[in-house]
Design a protein around this ligand. Structure first.
Ligand SMILES: Cc1ncc(COP(=O)(O)O)c(C=O)c1O
Length: 428
């Protein structure tokens, strides 16, 4: 608050700060707010913005390849050609120009979708929130891969979901375990609300669900009439091996919701994503979005549409794939060079995406290593944050898309030093 101080000769304004501590307001938060916790991991990730830190922490694209000029040009087009739409509200369902371009983009990726069954969202994290809002009542069982994406755990937990985790092997979620779990839940009268999966280059494990398992998973879903949510931010970033069709495209029943985003294939700063799926689900999510933010930014939607229509996003995907393949190789080589060769130390070899998953011997706890890591100016994500039940203490996620090749080599060397130190402590 500002008060005018007449007593002073030079007529200055004096800021009177109210003593906020004295006002002991007893806020009565909702039970949902009571469940909201800051993620320790996200807090640690803030450190990764320090220039001296080598960060394997976030799931960030390499800013060196952001198409700055193309975005500048698209901004000029957006204002000069469609300024009246770009600076206005747009329909909650999404800006029609963008939806048409998304449909064409998906067709180029081999996915047939209709604009009627599509909702543009303010990136996938909003999709997860809307999904939770329209499906999860407190205590409802939802099936997830173990591990799964931290932001999903946060979103579902806010609505008090009962997480039912299923382990994965190199081919993805283990289907015998999944089926057994489903039978148990159905027999107990607790049919799961949905199965949530990240089938391509999963965050955090980098694992891809095999084609055979995708088909079998859909058979199981049909047998028990289950709804399937396919979160797919990384599928276009395949740099090795053959593309595997999405669950959405393999599904013939209309039981799959597909969630897509520009965050990994283009720029996360755009905050543009889209979901396609059963019209009843899209309809409910649209209403939920209306009360959340009315609509996704029309301006950014129109920029995205221009960038899709002139082929920039497709080109960006090709550039990203080549770059991430090289960076992934650099990280794999650095791991081979620096990591101790002892039982229990292993890592994944992804065919795409942004992450590599490191396992250490069972007795190690990567959360205990993170503070030493910060002192060495290197950051990773402790694995247990990706497990809804807090397990996976001996794991960590390493991102290779963001750091430069030199920093990947240096950073892996530092992490290997930390691992060796823990091995020595364990031997002593
Ligand atoms: C599997 C998965 N889903 C959703 C998101 C959220 O992405 P955004 O909200 O930026 O689209 C991420 C981000 O890392 C992710 O890995």
């Amino acid at each position: 608050m500002y008060y005018y101080n007449k007593s002073r000769q030079n007529r200055s304004f004096v800021r009177i700060l109210k003593n906020k501590e004295l006002a002991m307001v007893a806020f009565s938060f909702s039970s949902l707010a009571g469940r909201l916790r800051r993620s320790e991991i996200r807090e640690l990730l803030k450190l990764t913005r320090l220039p001296e830190t080598i960060s394997f922490g976030g799931g960030l694209p390499d800013p060196a390849i952001f198409p700055y000029d193309a975005v500048r040009e698209a901004s000029i087009h957006a204002i000069e050609e469609r300024g009246n739409l770009a600076l206005q509200y747009c329909p909650t369902e999404g800006e029609p120009f963008l939806k048409e371009e998304l449909k064409a983009f998906m067709a180029r990726q081999g996915e047939a979708v209709s604009t009627e069954n599509m909702l543009v969202v303010s990136s996938s994290q909003q999709g997860l929130d809307l999904l939770s809002k329209v499906f999860i009542d407190p205590g409802d069982p939802v099936i997830v891969e173990r591990p799964t994406y931290i932001g999903t755990i946060q979103a579902f937990r806010a609505f008090d979901a009962d997480f039912q985790g299923v382990d994965m092997d190199n081919d993805g979620i283990m289907l015998e375990r999944l089926e057994k779990l489903v039978i148990g839940l159905v027999d107990a009268g607790r049919k799961p609300k949905f199965i949530y999966l990240i089938p391509d280059f999963q965050n955090p494990s980098g694992i891809t669900l095999s084609r055979e398992r995708r088909k079998r998973l859909l058979e199981i879903a049909r047998e028990y009439d289950l709804f399937v949510v396919e979160d797919s931010p990384y599928s276009e970033l395949r740099f090795r091996g053959e593309k595997i069709p999405s669950l959405y495209s393999l599904d013939t029943d209309g039981r799959v919701l597909l969630m897509k985003t520009f965050s990994k294939i283009f720029c996360p700063g755009f905050r543009i994503g889209w979901v396609v799926g059963p019209s009843a689900v899209i309809e409910k999510m649209t209403v939920a979005k209306q009360m959340t933010d009315l609509c996704t930014s029309a301006y950014v939607s129109i920029l995205a549409a221009y960038l899709l229509s002139d082929g920039h996003i497709d080109r960006q995907i090709e550039i990203s794939k080549m770059l991430y393949m090289r960076k992934c190789e650099v990280m794999l080589k650095a791991l081979e060079r620096f990591m101790p060769r002892v039982d229990g130390v292993s890592w994944s070899r992804p065919d795409g995406g942004m992450f590599l998953w490191l396992r250490l011997p069972d007795y190690m706890d990567t959360a205990e290593m993170i503070h030493d890591a910060v002192e060495l100016n290197v950051a990773f994500v402790v694995g247990c944050g990706f497990f809804h039940d807090g397990s996976g203490k001996n794991t960590m996620r390493l991102n290779y898309s963001y750091p430069t090749e030199e920093r990947i080599i240096e950073g892996v060397g530092r992490i290997a030093r930390l691992v060796k130190k823990r091995l020595r402590l364990a031997i002593v």
